[in-house]
Unconditional design. Sequence first.
Length: 398
Amino acid sequence: MPDTQVPVPFVLSALVGAGLLVLWFLNLRDTGGFSGMTSALVVLLLALNPFFLRALADGPETMFCILGTWLFARGIVNLRLTGNAPDMMKVAVGLLVVALSDSYGLMLCLGAMPFMIVAARPSMIAVSSTGYLVAMFYPVAAAVGALMFVSMIFDSRLIPLLSESATPLTLGEHLLILAGLGPAALIAILRNIMVPRLFMPLLAAVGAVLGGYTLNVFFHVEATRPWRWRPCWGVLVAAIRFWPNLSLREPIAIALLALSLLTSALVMRHVAHDETRAWSNAMLGAENAASRPAREVVSFLRDKSDIMVDVERNPEIVVGLGNIDRLVIAGEPAYDWALEGGVPRTRYIVVPRQAEGQATADRILRRFPQLKQSQMPGYEEVFQNSRWRVFERVNEWN
C-alpha cells in the first residue's frame, strides 16, 4: 500500500464506488441499449448525488450494500424473464453481499423474503415455493450461521453490536427521507406496470428495501437517518436499465436522475445529523467551528498518539486535530478487535461525556459502558470537561 494519510477502508470504499459506477455505465450502455453519452450523463448524475457521495464517505460497507442491492434487483428481474440457474445464483449472491456488508443488510434480507414470492415465476412457485426460497436464502443463512458460530467460539459480543441507539423520527421525517430517491424509483418502476414480468420483480426489489427500512424502525440497526434508504440506488439503476426502449426514454432517464439529485439535496439539508452536517461543510469548503469543549480536548490530545475514538459519531475530534495520523479508528485491527469482544490495547480512549439517561450513540461507550463511571479496568481518567473524557492505559494486558 503506498504511503497515504487516507485509511485503507476509505481507499477500499473509493475503489468499490468507482467500480460500481463503471459497472452501471457498462450495464446501461451494453445491456440496456442506452447511448454512450446518455449512459455517461446518467452515471455522472448518480455520482454527484449527495446521497451517493455521503454513502461513499461512510465506508466500504455502504458501497457493498448498494452493490449487493443492485445485483439482487438486476438478478430478480432476469430470473423472472428466463428462470435460468445463473440468474438464481445472481439473486442469491446479491442477497449474500447485502447481508455481509453491514448489520442493516440483514434487515434488507429479511425484508426481501415476503417479496420474493411476488417476483417469482409462477412455474417456480407451482413446483416448490419452499425450494425456491431455500435456494435464494441458503447462502445468507449459511454465512450468518458461520458468523454466529465464530462469535460463539471466540466469545465475542457480536449480537449486541448489531443494533444502535434509536433515533426518533416523526412521520413527516420518514416521508421526507423516502422522498430523496423514492419518486424517481417509483416512476421508473411504474413505467412497466403493463408488463408484469418486469413490473412485479422491480416492485419486489423496492418492496425489499422498504421492508428493510420498516424493520429497522423496530430493531434500530442503522441509526443514521437518510442512509436507511441508501440501498434504493441499486433498484433505481435496475429500473432505469429496464425502461421500455422508446424514443424519449434517454431524456426521461436524465430528467429522473436530475430530479433525484435535487430531492436528495433537500432531504440532506433538512434531516442531516451532526456528522453529516460536518461532512457537508467539508465538501463545500466551509470551516467546521469546534465548540469550546472540543477545542479543549483537542489541545490535550495534540501531542498524544495511539488514540481510540469513534470518529463516525465524533467527527469534531478529526476536524480539530486536522488529520487521523494518531487516531485508531474503525477498520484498524486494534479498534475492530476491541469492539468485537477483545480487550482495548490503545494508549488512550476518547469518549463523549453523557448525561444520565441519555441514549448512547458512541460505539466505544456501548461496548465498554464502564467508561461512563470511570471504572474501566486497566485505564484511568486523565482528562474531562463538560463534553469529553479521555482515559489512559495504566498497565499492559497479558
